[in-house]
Design a protein around this ligand. Structure first.
Ligand SMILES: [Zn+2]
Ligand SMILES: [Zn+2]
Ligand SMILES: [Zn+2]
Length: 331
């Protein structure tokens, strides 16, 4: 496996003919259940709630795309750039139980899962090789789900993923022109207009973005300005219970439309070790704002995923929000 940079878009891709086979192996047990006969390689455990031994845990991915050992030495190849695929790839087990998902677990359990994310991101950012830590969840066959057990995944990479880089550049440009955070401005306009807001809970707001990439696209954003999710989570842990409840309720709403979705956490890149070539980190605490994006996979309308030159969503956010607001949810 190696990383190659597209010289035109400047985005990195991971490629290789030795890509691990992600087809689920026929095992008579689930390797992530609390009582699995073969214990996974545990990186970190969160304390159990409601009598459980642990509530959420990070384990090494059984077929990692990135390897932790080595230096990400960049090598030129004519006009091209390549790097070895140094990084971290972890499975984040959301719950010890096989059927407790982020939409039907208790808020206390989900809170521990969110705190696990904060701890893992903070820990991996101490490694100067890693420029970014991504957390994502693919749920459903059409979304590329890998394991049956309730899990998310984490990768720490030697580069900033393309979508985040777009957001960082746009955030920086907006701040340069207006001296304000574009996300804070979006939040205040959305709360004022109240046409695309699904729900407000404590400091958090769930909304359908003005220009959705897919039908029912939903963001969860804190109203308090903060660039880094992990700093927010670890310095204001009392807020995580509200985020847990809003995430659970939002996923319940989305599940009334489709059971399949992508979820991604966007936090700031690693600014502990400042880059000589990239200057986005100079104002990042002012111009970036962490958030969660949920991209539902809507059957028959999946065209918007395959034709990515221009996103096409046959449902406007104003219509989507009506359905999601009125969805019947529990708790
Ligand atoms: Zn399991
Ligand atoms: Zn902001
Ligand atoms: Zn984002």
């Amino acid at each position: 496996m190696e990383l190659r940079k597209d010289p035109i878009t400047r985005s990195w891709v991971i490629t290789g003919d030795d890509v691990p086979d992600h087809a689920p192996r026929a095992e008579p047990f689930c390797r992530f259940c609390a009582d699995a006969p073969v214990a996974p390689q545990v990186v970190s455990n969160m304390p159990g709630v409601e009598g459980a031994v642990w509530s959420a845990r990070a384990v090494v991915h059984p077929a990692p795309l990135y390897r932790i050992e080595g230096e990400p030495t960049r090598r030129g190849d004519g006009i091209y750039d390549r790097m070895s695929s140094v990084g971290a790839h972890e499975v984040l087990v959301e719950n010890p139980l096989h059927d407790r998902q982020l939409w039907n677990a208790s808020d206390a359990e989900i809170e521990q899962f969110l705190l696990l994310l904060a701890h893992r991101i903070q820990d991996l950012k101490r490694d100067a090789r890693f420029k970014y830590v991504s957390v994502f969840k693919n749920h459903g066959a059409n979304a590329g789900q890998e394991f049956e057990h309730p899990t998310s995944q984490l990768t720490a990479t030697t580069f900033v993923p393309r979508r985040v880089l777009y957001e960082l550049r746009a955030g920086r440009d907006y701040f340069k022109a207006k001296e304000r955070c574009v996300f804070c401005d979006i939040i205040s306009q959305e709360l004022q207009q109240n046409q695309r807001v699904i729900e407000v809970r404590g400091d958090f707001i769930a909304l359908c973005p003005y220009a959705p990439r897919v039908p029912y696209e939903t963001w969860i954003i804190p109203r308090t300005h903060e660039a880094a999710f992990e700093r927010f989570g670890l310095t204001r842990p009392a807020n995580m219970l509200d985020l847990a409840a809003l995430l659970r309720r939002t996923l319940q709403r989305i599940r009334t439309v489709t059971g399949e979705f992508h979820l991604v956490l966007h936090t700031s890149p690693n600014t502990l070790f400042q880059s000589k070539s990239l200057d986005y980190w100079k104002t990042i605490d002012d111009d970036y704002h962490w958030h969660i994006e949920i991209l539902p996979v809507v059957g028959g309308k999946a065209k918007s995923y395959t034709f990515k030159e221009v996103y096409y969503s046959p449902v406007t956010s104003e219509s989507a929000v009506k359905l999601l607001r009125e969805a019947r949810i529990e708790g």
